[in-house]
Design a protein around this ligand. Structure first.
Ligand code: GA4
Length: 328
């Protein structure tokens, strides 16, 4: 059984106001084993900033082991889980997201991908050695990071960029500022005919995010015209989001996708997300080969990942964080 906070939340805070949906749009599906997938990847990033991948080669064992550790953690008594909190910036969080008053029907663990220190507090909650817990997280993160790098290299090739590791090297860098997140959305009945927000609408600030969930639905992505489409859950596939930084590096050609999660009425949803970010000192700017020769047609002012992250952490979840960095 999963225990949520005893304090009773104001349910109105979690309700979705606009749930207009467009259900006949299909999410792009990329088979990573197909040699022609590069152009499909580019198209998906341009049109949706989101796609699903199959034939990814990530061992099922890494996924199931980590998932069962996450379930064990989230099933622990609240007093125990709270020992692993608050998420400042890593640790356990419950209903409160970020530092600026956002709430969601979710509890979570935030970890940096440089895990040694983070795992101690968490492992003790589930009665494990930190080594055992961090091995599970490390195996999983290493595998999804490799997949994210492969995808970034295919994208660079699809964009005809000569240096194919120009994006992936940012994630491979030892200083890469990447984050890993385990989310648990407890089931919650529809309230006055409205669904509860699990995780409010937002874009991810990093370069690329890799999401895997159990078979419980709830994730939705926003189309360009603002309607929401539900993403059918698929525990055997991964879902990839273009982040704000990749939108900038492609000078707006790829779209950072707005997404959200609604609480499911009957089932718990457990998701694990790797957010691949660059080193803090990295300049985030359009790749020169994607700019028009001889004219600086960059849509964005220059900034470092540190500057962007600092500004992002001052924002509310739903804010458009990139507009502060757009050229007028
Ligand atoms: C969204 C993507 C990642 O989950 C995250 C989130 C972070 C947090 O939960 O602390 C943020 C959010 C995310 C963007 C704006 C700020 C920061 C909550 C929030 C209101 C870990 C991240 O890197 O940015």
């Amino acid at each position: 059984m999963v225990v949520m906070s005893k304090q009773s939340p104001n349910m109105e805070q979690f309700c979705v106001v606009n749930s207009s949906q467009s259900t006949n749009t299909l999410i792009p599906l990329i088979d990573l084993s197909q040699p022609d997938s590069k152009s499909c990847l580019v198209k998906a990033c341009e049109e949706f900033g989101f796609f699903k991948v199959i034939n990814h080669g990530i061992p099922t064992e890494f996924i199931s082991k980590l998932e069962s550790k996450a379930i064990k953690f989230f099933s622990s008594p609240m007093s125990e889980k709270e020992k692993a909190g608050p998420p400042d910036p890593v640790g356990y969080g419950n209903k409160s997201i970020g530092r600026n008053g956002d709430v969601g029907w979710v509890e979570y663990l935030l970890l940096s991908t440089n895990l040694e220190n983070d795992c101690q507090r968490i492992a003790s909650v589930v009665g494990e050695t930190p080594e055992n817990f961090s091995l599970c997280v490390n195996n999983y993160v290493k595998a999804v990071k490799k997949m994210a790098c492969d995808i970034l290299e295919m994208l660079a090739e699809g964009l005809m960029i000569q240096q194919k590791n120009v994006l992936s090297e940012l994630l491979m860098d030892k200083q890469s500022d990447s984050v890993f997140r385990l989310n648990h959305y407890p089931p919650c009945p529809v309230f006055h005919g409205k669904h509860l927000i699990g995780f409010g609408e937002h874009t991810d600030p990093q370069i690329i995010s890799v999401l895997r969930s159990n078979n419980t639905s709830g994730l939705q992505i926003s189309l360009k015209e603002g309607s929401w489409i539900p993403v059918p859950a698929d525990q055997d596939s991964f879902f990839i989001n273009v982040g704000d930084s990749l939108q900038v590096m492609t000078n707006g050609r790829f779209k950072s996708v707005r997404h959200r999660v609604l609480a499911n009425s009957y089932k718990s949803r457990v998701s694990m997300i790797y957010f691949g970010g660059p080193p803090l000192s990295e300049k985030i700017a359009p790749l020169p080969s994607l700019l028009k020769e001889g004219s600086n047609n960059s849509l964005y002012k220059e900034f470092t990942w540190f500057e962007y992250k600092k500004s992002a952490y001052k924002s509310k979840l739903a804010d458009n964080r990139l507009c502060l960095f757009e050229k007028i």
